[in-house]
Design a protein around this ligand. Sequence first.
Ligand SMILES: [Cu+2]
Length: 169
Amino acid sequence: MHKFISSFLAGFMFLLSATVSTVVNAHDFQVGELLVKHPYAMPSPTGSKNGAAFLKQIKNSGKLADQLVSVRTQIANKAEIHEMKMDGDVMKMRAISGIDIPPGAEVSVAKGNANGYHLMLLGLKKPLKDGDKFSMWLTFKRAGEVKVEVWVQSPADAEKTEKSQEHKH
Ligand SMILES: [Cu+2]
């Protein structure tokens, strides 16, 4: 009887770890027709009260337009959807009301993308350190709310993860 239980448990643990590692490798989150790929954040500079989070991509496989309208997380007092734009010679950022996700589109909210989109974390309760993970909730107009896990990564590691995800296809 004990033998049966322990082998059952071993099998169960194996299944569990296999499931977990699949989720971790993909690091994608589905909500309705939207797929949110690889949420990440840069380690926050020493003494900085603010940080920024990014999403490699939001893919809309549906036939209707959607929009990312709000973000929240417990690690900061406030989270906002921001855009960076050149104002003359000066790069400026501002809060925007949302990010459009047209049907069939793959919208990047990645660091360094030309659209300048990022998720601003204002009033961090503790510094973001390389290797940390935290939860963030994204709300879409149509698809609703989804909880994602954000990985804090150095810029080089974030780039590596993005590349390895691209090369999977
Ligand atoms: Cu910003």
